[in-house]
Design a protein. Structure first.
Length: 244
């Protein structure tokens, strides 16, 4: 049955019994019997021409599995590995309206990072590296609407408080898949973040490294990329060219 499912998944269009038998090495009568059972359970659909394709039941089951994915549980082992490698705080965040919400954080154990980076805390999208990832994935109209709603308030002298500044930075993020918070939420603290994508290629979360400015290293983005790509893969994302 599994060999037939794999063969049907690989077939670009409904496949004949003969081609499925050849692809799986199953005798035609055996393949036919298994296909009939799967057709009865809606795992396979049989067309009038005597061809077969995966059925609607797989879509239903896929949605059930997808709904049960817990980003935090999937991300945590990769966050811990990254934390052990670099020894700094690793943050997992998602978007909720005009704010980023921190779902999980591994403590650096070397310095206190203030409330904005504690689990459950919120921060404006434009002041955080994680938040900028979501803005960069949004449309120009939505970004401008965000700026109008919020007024782009600043927290430090380094905060991006104008739409022109923000749009220029978001364009860079789109090219590099990499976002920074350069002391924009808290003086002396820098963050670097990369997106986590689901099976549809949508940005559903982000992972960031936060540390005092003088402790940042140039090799962190590459280590961060490996972690976010692994988490995205676990969520069903398969890398493909996203830009023309």
């Amino acid at each position: 049955m599994m060999s037939l499912i794999d063969a049907l998944a690989d077939a670009p269009e409904p496949a004949s019994l003969k081609s499925l038998s050849k692809a799986t090495g199953l005798h035609p009568s055996t393949a036919h019997r298994i296909l009939a059972a799967m057709t009865h359970s809606r795992l396979v659909e049989r067309y009038e021409a005597g061809t077969y394709a995966l059925g609607i039941r797989f879509l239903e089951l896929g949605n059930v599995v997808k709904s049960r994915f817990n980003i935090r549980e999937i991300a945590l082992p990769f966050m811990q590995n990254l934390h052990e490698s670099i020894g700094e705080a690793i943050n997992l965040g998602i978007r909720d309206g005009d704010e980023i919400v921190y779902l999980e954080r591994t403590s650096s154990g070397r310095s206190l990072v203030r409330v904005v980076y504690l689990v459950g805390a919120r921060a404006p999208l434009h002041l955080t590296s994680l938040g900028k990832l979501f803005l960069a994935a949004d449309t120009t109209a939505n970004i401008r609407a965000y700026a109008e709603r919020t007024g782009l308030p600043g927290k430090t002298p380094y905060s991006l408080t104008s739409l022109d500044q923000l749009e220029k930075e978001l364009e860079t993020i789109r090219r590099t898949d990499l976002a920074y918070d350069n002391e924009e939420a808290e003086v002396g603290l820098r963050c670097v973040a990369m997106p986590i994508r689901n099976d549809e290629g949508l940005v559903v979360a982000g992972l960031s490294i936060s540390a005092p400015t003088d402790r940042h290293h140039s090799d962190w983005p590459e280590q961060l990329r490996k972690a976010t790509e692994s988490i995205s893969y676990a969520l069903g994302y398969r890398q493909q060219a996203r830009y023309g």
